[in-house]
Ligand binder design. Structure first.
Ligand SMILES: Cc1cc2nc3c(=O)[nH]c(=O)nc-3n(C[C@H](O)[C@H](O)[C@H](O)COP(=O)(O)O)c2cc1C
Length: 177
């Protein structure tokens, strides 16, 4: 079974998971930008990951532009985020990102990444700096807003190689099915 792992990563969290998944599965590893119809055609299982930016999963739209080729394949999707796993929040993110057909077809995973303000560039840096200023000025902050301020102030790396196990096991189970 030929497995392709594609990813988009801005600060490296998704990239690390993509490398671990590809190594465990002996998969071809590419960025979302490197994906092509030919590459998809040459593989049986296509795995894609990206980082969550307020509900937008890195590279996912570009990946789904290949849906015509993908719908005849086994599709596995994951995203990373700074937050602990939360099935309700994840269902909302997937619900916004995927059509019903895509959600039924793909198997979905969340792999906790982390957050490091120092690694941000461009628009991401401006958004998070603006958010920090606005929240600091805000009286009566909600617990979730205090959480965002804490996240911005303290880099956290929650990467854990063990987190890829359920996804890797799922892909292996496709081979034996
Ligand atoms: C603008 C912005 C918005 C973000 N929004 C969320 C979010 O809604 N939920 C979350 O858990 N993490 C959020 N994060 C954190 C990223 O998802 C997290 O750092 C992820 O691991 C980044 O992956 P990457 O380094 O592979 O791009 C956000 C980060 C940025 C820069």
């Amino acid at each position: 079974m030929r497995i392709l792992v594609a990813y988009t990563s801005k600060t490296g969290f998704t990239k690390t998971y993509a490398e671990w998944i590809a190594a465990d599965l002996g998969a071809t590893l590419v960025t979302t930008d490197e994906l092509s119809a030919d590459l998809i055609r040459d593989h049986d299982v296509i795995v894609h990951g990206g980082g969550n930016r307020a509900g937008n999963i890195g590279g996912l739209k570009k990946f789904l532009n290949h849906w015509d080729e993908l719908k005849n394949k086994q599709v596995v999707l994951w995203y990373t985020g700074a937050s602990p796993a939360n099935p309700h929040a994840e269902a909302n993110v997937w619900g916004q990102a995927l059509t019903d057909e895509q959600r039924d077809k793909a198997t979905l995973f969340y792999l906790r990444g982390g957050f490091d303000m120092k690694l941000l560039r461009g628009a991401d840096k401006m958004i998070m700096s603006g958010m920090r200023t606005a929240l600091k000025l805000k009286p009566n902050r909600k617990p979730s807003e205090e959480g965002i301020l804490k996240m911005i102030a303290n880099p956290n790396r929650e990467l854990d190689r063990a987190n890829v196990a359920p996804l890797v096991e799922h892909v292996r189970s496709l081979a034996s099915a």
